[in-house]
Design a protein around this ligand. Structure first.
Ligand code: MLC
Ligand code: AMP
Length: 518
């Protein structure tokens, strides 16, 4: 039987000379550590053997909320290697959020930062988790201590293409998060397509500067490098001057638009500094045309913008070289996310689900080997998001132009993308509405020079109640991840409504649009 284990495919791409550099840590205030391909192989084997020794049931989830580190990468790869399901969690999540994810996913293993062990282990043990380990970004914690006792030889588990590899939670428009189930086949097929579409070269070196709990940093960046046997210069935390200083040693950079905006603010970003680089890729949020143009002027490089989702990994990309399917077009066009990747069917439909001709705006639907298996334990939700002919409704609104480029013009889902992180207004409004004295609230996204878009809360008090905007924000801080906290809050007497009584968020967005950019 063919083994579809994603780790096995990545391992097969390691260079023959296992002593070459695989990952080098380059944080300005951290130690410079060098990991060879042999180190990755041995460390993932030891950790996979540790997981195997726990006698976990097939399909067991390994939930991980730890600071970014190479050892966290090893834990991810080891989970795949052992055939279990990796469940990454944003380090910003607070206890209420973790309680929900752990309760919903029922992981057999939880790995958290030693400083959070008290509260995380309590939540985990209450939810029936049997094993809680710790790991921090300085290589401390029980996970590495325990793994050290295991053999550094391990045969990757045999997996079918549709066996689950990873569950990624994405918040829902109706409040609670849904776990998107991605199989080994979903993720591997996407990595293989991107390796060829982005023309990865034997001498490529990736600057890895993104968090590894979302698909951009975890899949697109890590798999991109590993499946090409390419080394990574590894930043645990993005730092614009440091990233720029690495350009002469690297060839590929991936970032959300905020990272490009921050690098453009540095005088060290010059054409000469970027001369050694081959490819700059942006995604996870819309890249402003101003950023695209300014980057071209300052560095001589044209950013390649692509589009994806947790549920689908990557869907479209601007071309890297000529694309024979589109008249050998190779122009990277700003304000577009390029062409559907090979193997991805993409269509734009009207409200009735009918396909629209080129140029017309509608809902984007996709189908392909990369599209996920459904939402964890939510069959009805899964059924709602797929059409009868197997297309997934992305919730993004766009058009395909006459040359075949896909342009995203908006979203039908009520979602704010802030610095590449998703904030679902329904979730935040739910928390605000529970605060004493609050009658109702609305969260809207407004333009922001650094994060692209940020949330602004507009709140109505119950009759007789007195609300302070600062207190509302302070109350939310103890409950929600920091990036979800509204950057401003206003207490008002009424919200604009249409004739059906629905809050007109477009009017609120219009009213507050100049708060940060005027
Ligand atoms: C940090 N802050 C944010 C924020 N990040 N506020 C809004 N939106 C964000 N994204 C706030 C914190 O709440 C805090 O506020 C203050 O900024 C400092 O926090 P920090 O953690 O020190 O910030 P910083 O390190 O500067 O982080 C900014 C960032 C980070 C841009 C580097 O947000 C980031 O790494 N974003 C990338 C997200 C990503 O990888 N997305 C991919 C999703 S996958 P206070 O008030 O508490 O001090 C996907 C699919 C696809 O979308 O297509 O790829
Ligand atoms: P997530 O749920 O975190 O995976 O976020 C996926 C969403 O990010 C998509 O549905 C889009 O709305 C958005 N997105 C990703 N890439 C881009 C892009 N290049 N331009 C605009 N939006 C994007």
């Amino acid at each position: 039987m063919t083994n579809h284990n994603l780790f096995a495919a990545l391992r097969a791409a390691f260079p023959l000379d296992l002593d070459r550099l695989a990952v080098e840590t380059v944080d300005p205030d951290g130690p410079s550590l060098r990991y060879s391909w042999r180190d990755l192989d041995r460390a993932t084997a030891m950790m996979a053997n540790l997981l195997d020794s726990l006698d976990l049931p097939p399909g067991a989830r390994v939930a991980v909320q730890v600071e970014k580190s190479v050892e966290a990468l090893v834990l991810y790869l080891a989970t795949l290697r052992a055939g279990y399901v990796f469940l990454p969690l944003n380090t910003a999540y607070q206890s209420a959020e973790i309680e929900y994810f752990v309760g919903n996913a029922e992981p057999a293993v939880v790995v958290c930062s030693p400083k959070n062990f008290g509260w995380v282990s309590k939540i985990a043990f209450n939810a029936g988790t049997r094993h809680v380990f710790t790991l921090d970004d300085a290589r401390n914690g029980s996970l590495l201590e325990r793994a050290a006792h295991h053999s550094d030889v391990h045969q990757p588990a045999v997996c079918a293409a549709d066996d689950l590899a990873v569950i990624i939670y994405t918040s829902g428009t109706t409040g609670r998060s849904k776990g998107a189930m991605l199989s080994h086949g979903n993720v591997l097929s996407n990595a293989q397509v991107l390796q060829s579409y982005w023309a990865w070269q034997p001498n490529d070196v990736l600057i890895h500067a993104l968090p590894i709990f979302h698909v951009h940093g975890l899949f697109v960046a890590i798999h991109g490098a590993l499946i090409n046997g390419s080394p990574m210069l590894w930043l645990n935390k993005f730092d614009a001057p440091k990233a720029i200083s690495l350009f002469p040693r690297a060839t590929v950079f991936m970032g959300v638009p905020t990272l490009y905006v921050r690098m453009l603010a540095e005088t060290s970003l010059t054409r000469q500094q970027a001369a050694h680089m081959r490819l700059f890729i942006s995604g996870s949020a819309p890249l402003l045309i101003e950023t695209f143009n300014e980057w071209q002027n300052r560095t001589g490089h044209t950013i390649l913008e692509r589009y994806g989702m947790s549920e689908t990994v990557m869907l479209t990309s601007n071309p890297c070289g000529p694309d024979a399917r589109f008249d050998n077009q190779m122009e990277r066009r700003g304000s577009t996310v390029g062409f559907p990747l090979p193997g991805v069917d993409l269509r734009v439909v009207d409200d009735a689900g009918q396909g629209l001709p080129a140029g017309e705006i509608g809902g984007i639907q996709v189908r392909g080997p990369n599209v996920f298996q459904g939402y964890w334990r939510m069959p009805e939700k899964t059924a709602e998001e797929f059409t009868a002919d197997g297309f997934f409704k992305t919730g993004d609104v766009g058009r395909v132009d006459e040359r075949g480029y896909v342009c995203i013009v908006g979203r039908s889902k009520d979602l704010i993308i802030s610095g590449g992180y998703n904030v679902y207004p329904a979730e935040i409004e739910g928390f605000i509405n529970e605060l004493p004295g609050v009658a109702e609230s609305a969260l809207v996204g407004v333009p922001h020079p650094d994060f692209g878009e940020v949330g602004v809360a507009v709140v109505i008090a119950k009759p007789g109640a007195v609300l302070e905007a600062d207190q509302i924000v302070a109350a939310l801080k103890s409950k929600l991840a920091n990036f979800k906290i509204p950057k401003r809050c206003f207490v008002v007497h009424e919200l604009p409504r249409n004739t059906m009584g629905k809050v007109q968020k477009n009017l609120l967005r219009e009213q507050y649009k100049g708060l940060f950019t005027a």
